[in-house]
Design a binder for this molecule. Structure first.
Ligand code: NDP
Length: 227
């Protein structure tokens, strides 16, 4: 039975990843900040819930010590934050403290988790899928704004590219994924697609990735996105 680790699995896209991989017969290690409040994950066959605040880098290291020795077929780095309100992200009033927190969660944690889990991923010749955003594409930026979020996602794209290069000799493939504009707490009610459609699309993209096609940036439909 393949094993997947999903961060931020208590709601939104992370919850849907946990549900779909469990339904497909995978062992799912579903992490969230507050397992006691993660009722949506309770009782799903195949799902083990583990506490992890990805912004707490000591907790990330402890999580790696607990799970990094097991064979891991897939690590879905899903947990993410928008980082702050419009003012916190706007020219003239950027909130530096919130920006540092955003980088810790969206950019540094994916690297530290990959470092912590690489041993287990190597055992299974596994894959890393990083949830980034088209908003992190420099080529796609025509409107400005959202500085905290955009920069954290642009930077995690480089994390993913580096991981692809550095982990290829160990047989680990990496993919950067834009989930589309999805109806979640982050995406809001006007978003265009459901978590079900986004995650089933991203699972197809992940299935198609190998060390030979590692380090690319795709949307949920498999369309490649320019950096
Ligand atoms: P949500 O805001 O709905 O959910 C975010 C998840 O991340 C929650 O489970 C939240 O946990 C978790 N999280 C946030 N901070 C931490 C932390 N420090 N430690 C652990 N977990 C944390 O977002 P989505 O489901 O929409 O987004 C999932 C990913 O997809 C994100 O990386 C996002 O940037 C990306 N994305 C989403 C888009 C969309 O349209 N929805 C578009 C482009 C990218 P908690 O409940 O504890 O806060």
């Amino acid at each position: 039975m393949p094993t997947v680790i999903v961060t931020g699995a208590n709601r939104g896209l992370g919850l849907e990843f946990a549900k779909q991989y469990a339904a497909a017969g995978w062992r799912v290690i579903a992490t969230c900040r507050d397992p006691a409040g993660a009722g949506a994950l309770t009782g799903i066959d195949g799902v083990e819930v583990a506490a992890l605040d990805v912004g707490d880098l000591d907790a990330v290291a402890a999580f790696g010590a607990r799970y990094g020795a097991e064979a891991i077929d897939l690590f879905v780095n899903n947990a993410g934050t928008y980082g702050g309100d419009r003012a916190a992200q706007a020219f003239g009033s950027t909130d530096a403290g919130a920006w540092l927190d955003t980088f810790r969660i969206n950019t540094i944690a994916p690297m530290k988790l990959a470092e912590a889990l690489a041993g287990g991923l190597e055992k299974a010749k596994g894959k890393i899928a990083i949830l980034t955003s088209k908003v992190g594409s420099v080529a796609d930026n025509t409107s400005g704004g959202a500085t905290l979020y955009r920069t954290s996602k642009a930077a995690v794209n480089m994390v993913g590219k580096n991981l692809a290069i550095e982990l290829a000799p160990r047989g680990i493939a990496v993919v950067l994924l834009h989930p589309g504009w999805v109806k979640t707490d982050m995406g809001g009610p006007n978003a265009l697609i459901t978590t079900e459609d986004s995650v089933s699309g991203m699972r197809r993209v992940i299935d198609g990735v190998s060390v030979h096609t590692s380090g690319r940036f795709y949307d949920y439909s498999g369309k490649e996105i320019p950096w």
